[in-house]
Design a binder for this molecule. Sequence first.
Ligand code: ZN
Length: 472
Amino acid sequence: MTKMLLCVIGALAISGLSSAQGPAAVSSTRDSNTPAPRPSAQIPAAPLYKLEDALLEWPLAPSEKAYSAIDGKHIHEYVEDLTAISRKYRDSGHPQFWGRIIGTQADTDTAEWVVEKFKKFGLTDVHIQPFDLPPQWMPQSWEITATGSGKTLHLESAQPAYQTKATTPEGLDLEAAYVGTGSEADFAGRDVRGKAVFIFSMPLPGSWRHTATAEGAVRRAEAKGAAAIFAIIALPGNIRTQLYPTGTNVPTFSMGMDDGYAIRDLIGQAPAGQAPRVKVRLDVKMEPGLKTGTVWGTLPGRTDETVDILAHRDGWFEAGTDNASGVATMVGLAEYFSKIPKDRRRRTMVFIGTTGHHNGGNMSGTWLLDHRDEVFAKSALLINCEHTSTVQTYLLGEDIRKANMYTGMLWYAGGPRRPKLQDIAVKAFHDAGVVTYATPERAAPGGEMSRLWPFVPGVQASDYNVFFHSDH
Ligand SMILES: [Zn+2]
């Protein structure tokens, strides 16, 4: 490794390239179609290789050779199957609010996909435990436009926060106001009553946590009388993100940074007394009568003590990380262990594809919590497969850059009450090359184990990256 690094440095040294020459050469050949030169010295060049073919591999320790059949490239095919289910749903009449949404055809398709895999691997007792859903929040369509200084912006990256309030069919026609990060200081001396309020929001690290909600800016805007609220998620590009409920009673949206800068500049350039107007229309249907279900499958072992392996099936947009990666991991483990003779499987393995939690009601999770004494009565371990792998990303200047390695993960392995389990997990992560944060979390890092961890010995390693809950 060190030797390789030295060779690379040596090669760069003799090539005579300097950082001053690189960007200058780029901007001198620019034509009218290329973007204006940027202040940053780091501008990505064309790729030299396909990222997915160039990921670094962690050699398995001799003691772990038994697991070499667990092939990441093969398991990634399952991620592709699942993201294709999302795209099929999007392309069949749901261009704006799409994904493997609970209660939709994509949910049914995902459940059937898992059932088919479990049956193919010879699992027993494969079945779907059905649930009736309460009416589900389903935005049908929306449109946000801003007009000012003779220009009209179509703010296409706007996405309604989950469960946000619809407008009337004719929509709202509001004066635009930009309030920086939306702190008390930003609002000082401002009157935003009845206006469309735009807030610049710093991702922490993505839209999952960001300053507009973490610092109360969205709620503050509502308290000060905003009629519609937009959180501009400050990630390079024009990323669409789906926010969890913001608890506001006025239509509330997230928005990509390109659109956010465009409306900010439109407001900034408007002559005094002629603030841009914003039209907001959001049509939402509360859809009754939808169904979902938990998918179960069992691999009997030598004893009735169980190892339970769980993954939530739902997700917004392609949901490659959250949670195709987790479902693929669960299915990949079922496949691997189904090929081990039963008498070498010390415990019975129970696989659980849950409905998930990106909606108003966590059906499987609530049922599992209510029935924990029977379901987990003989559980030695619960492994929650949630966001199990993502390529590394770095925010560098005006770009999000990807690296040819997977990310470090938030993790939990039973906590101080179960020191032995923590030791086993730390060693296993280390030997298998799973990159983890330097310290574990005090509880399960979130998602499907967040209510179960006090009752079951659990392990989870999860990634929460900048693209979390986005269409990227
Ligand atoms: Zn998740």
